[in-house]
Structure formats: structure tokens, C-alpha cells
Design a protein around this ligand. Structure first.
Ligand SMILES: Nc1ncnc2c1ncn2[C@@H]1O[C@H](COP(=O)(O)OP(=O)(O)O)[C@@H](O)[C@H]1O
Ligand SMILES: N[C@@H](CCOP(=O)(O)O)C(=O)O
Length: 291
């Protein structure tokens, strides 16, 4: 038997829709894999009552099939499903890393990214790599059709998860089909600024580059209190704030030492809108680890 811990992730970061992602230090899924004649799945932990154990419907089932690695897979969920924190991807990433080692398949971590993304296709109808890449590789990742680039950045973050459910599938339906050229120009500038910030470990540049006027405003409508929470986090010292993944988590970048004040401002503001929430004070962290 092998045990793997794979972290929650935050995709998009505003300007990098379907491309950028970061690994968080916490929360994480813990997945145990043991060889078996056929794949069976057991799920416990956060939101497990909403997660199917049928291998055809769980992200880890698609990964086991892609690796031809049948196994009994126990998933202890630390990342709540439909959170915008790459919940389905954390399980898929852990299963890919664990089954690759258990069956000695010899894939590199980079090669495991598209394999784990097959799990994402099961739940969102789309094999996007932007959550599985940072969950497997850690750091900041840029996932494109040509492959994945990774930067070992270290930026303080606050991820505030309200008690609202937004499924990735639903949030993909509200993404605008067209953008104006001015928005394209602005997005390229912001994405380049954010990438430079990650290379320099500069929270100001990362925060500035999180600005987005294309996808985020459409999705903000699905999150009660989003605009007020964003403003509260900025007033408490955040350098940038946006929706994490498809939402409803709201993610803030900041300088070291200001996470606590930002977390408290975000929680209070969701509370003012009658929404319970929890906050993770974190940083960009490492990828999946085998114990
Ligand atoms: N191993 C898994 N972990 C979490 N959710 C899973 C898993 N397998 C399938 N799902 C399904 O995926 C959906 C959640 O995925 P998604 O909306 O992408 O959430 P998140 O944004 O948190 O990853 C839920 O319908 C859940 O039942
Ligand atoms: N790029 C995707 C990312 C979805 O992330 P999740 O954490 O909400 O699953 C999107 O924005 O749809």
C-alpha cells in the first residue's frame, strides 16, 4: 500500500484562465492505493457524501484506467468538492502519483499531468490541466497545449471558502464566448506581470497581475458578497484578489505577515452577507508527496 498527500490548488489567478495554477500548503487530500484485480473506491472526509464511489464517475477511476493500474483506492478528502480549490484534481493527482509508483510505470511528474487530467474530464466535461499540474508539480504552473512549465514561487496567500456550492461545470457555462481586443491586450499585460512576479517572488506584481475583466466578472455573480469581500481583503492589505478556480473560493495574494488580518476581513464580510465561510492562511506550496 502507498499513501500520497496531494494539495488543493488555485487555478486561473484572474488573468490566466485555464492556464495558471498554484499549489497551496493546505488543505489536501490523502489517498491510499493498494493493488487489486479491479478498481474499487472508498471516500471519507470533507463533502464525501457528494462524491461518487463508482470508478466511472470518480476522477481517480479514470486515472487508474489510464495507467492500467487497478487498485483499491481510499480517498480521505481534505478539499471540499465544488470549492474552486481543485478538489477533484487533488484526488486525481494523488492517484496518478500513487499508482505510477505502486505499479512502477516510470512516468515523470510532467508526464503524469495529462494522465491525471483525464480524471478532470469525468467531472467537468473538459480535460483542463491547470489544477492537476500544480497539485502534482507544486509551485506556480503554466499549462498550455505544448505542456507545463513550473516555477518554484513562494507567495503568501489567503483562500476564503464560503458555504456556497458552485460546480465547475456550471461556472464554465457563464464564461463569455467573446472578448474585445482591448480586453485581450489588458489580459496579456496582466498575465505577463503575474508571471514576472512569480519569478521574482514579488507579491505586488502577482497581485497586480491577478486583475481580470473577462471571466471573473461573469462568475462573480454566482458568489454572494464577492465584490465586498474583494474590497475588504484589499483594504486589509491584499495585493490582489480574485476568484479561485471556478469559485466560490476567493483567493488573495499578500505580503508575509498580513494573512491573518486579510482572512479575518474576508470572513467578517462574508458574514455580513449572511454567508458562513472558512479561511486557509497559506502560501504557494509543494506538489504531491508519497509517504
Ligand atoms: N475524487 C473526487 N473528489 C472530489 N470531487 C469528485 C471526485 N470525483 C468526482 N467528483 C465530483 O466532482 C465534482 C466536483 O468537482 P468540481 O466542481 O471541479 O469541484 P472543485 O472545483 O472543488 O474541484 C462533484 O460533483 C464531485 O462529486
Ligand atoms: N480553469 C478551470 C479551473 C476550475 O477549477 P476548480 O478548482 O473550480 O475545479 C475553470 O476556471 O473552469
Amino acid at each position: 500500500m502507498l499513501t500520497v498527500r496531494a494539495p488543493a490548488t488555485s487555478a486561473n489567478l484572474g488573468s490566466g484562465f485555464d492556464v495558471f495554477g498554484v499549489a497551496l500548503e493546505r488543505p489536501a487530500d490523502v489517498v491510499r492505493v493498494s493493488k487489486a484485480d479491479r478498481t474499487t473506491i472508498e471516500v471519507t472526509g470533507a463533502g464525501s457524501q457528494f462524491i461518487p464511489e463508482d470508478p466511472e464517475k470518480n476522477t481517480v477511476g479514470a486515472v487508474a484506467e489510464a495507467l492500467a493500474a487497478p487498485a483499491h483506492i481510499q480517498i480521505d478528502k481534505g478539499v471540499r468538492p465544488a470549492s474552486g480549490l481543485g478538489s477533484s484534481a487533488a484526488s486525481a493527482a494523488a492517484a496518478a502519483v500513487g499508482l505510477n509508483a505502486l505499479y512502477d510505470r516510470g512516468y515523470t511528474r510532467e508526464e503524469l499531468v495529462p494522465i491525471a487530467a483525464k480524471g478532470e474530464a469525468v467531472v467537468s466535461g473538459d480535460a483542463h490541466d491547470d489544477n492537476v499540474a500544480p497539485s502534482i508539480l507544486g509551485g506556480f504552473t503554466i499549462a498550455t497545449h505544448s505542456g507545463v512549465r513550473q516555477v518554484d514561487a513562494s507567495i503568501p496567500l489567503v483562500a476564503c471558502l464560503p458555504d456556497i456550492v458552485v460546480s465547475t461545470r456550471d461556472a464554465r457555462r457563464v464564461v463569455p464566448e467573446h472578448a474585445r481586443v482591448e480586453q485581450l491586450v489588458e489580459t496579456v499585460g496582466n498575465a505577463a506581470t503575474l508571471t514576472t512576479g512569480m519569478h521574482r517572488n514579488d507579491p505586488e506584481l502577482v497581485g497586480e497581475g491577478m486583475h481580470d475583466t473577462v471571466v471573473t466578472p461573469a462568475r462573480a455573480e454566482l458568489i454572494d458578497g464577492y465584490e465586498a469581500v474583494r474590497e475588504a481583503a484589499l483594504s486589509a492589505g491584499a495585493t490582489g484578489v480574485t476568484i479561485s478556480g471556478a469559485g466560490p473560493t476567493v483567493i488573495a495574494a499578500c505580503h508575509e505577515g498580513s494573512q491573518r488580518a486579510i482572512a479575518s476581513a474576508m470572513l467578517d464580510t462574508f458574514g455580513d452577507h449572511g454567508v458562513e465561510a472558512r479561511a486557509y492562511q497559506s502560501r504557494i506550496g509543494r506538489g504531491a508527496q508519497i509517504f
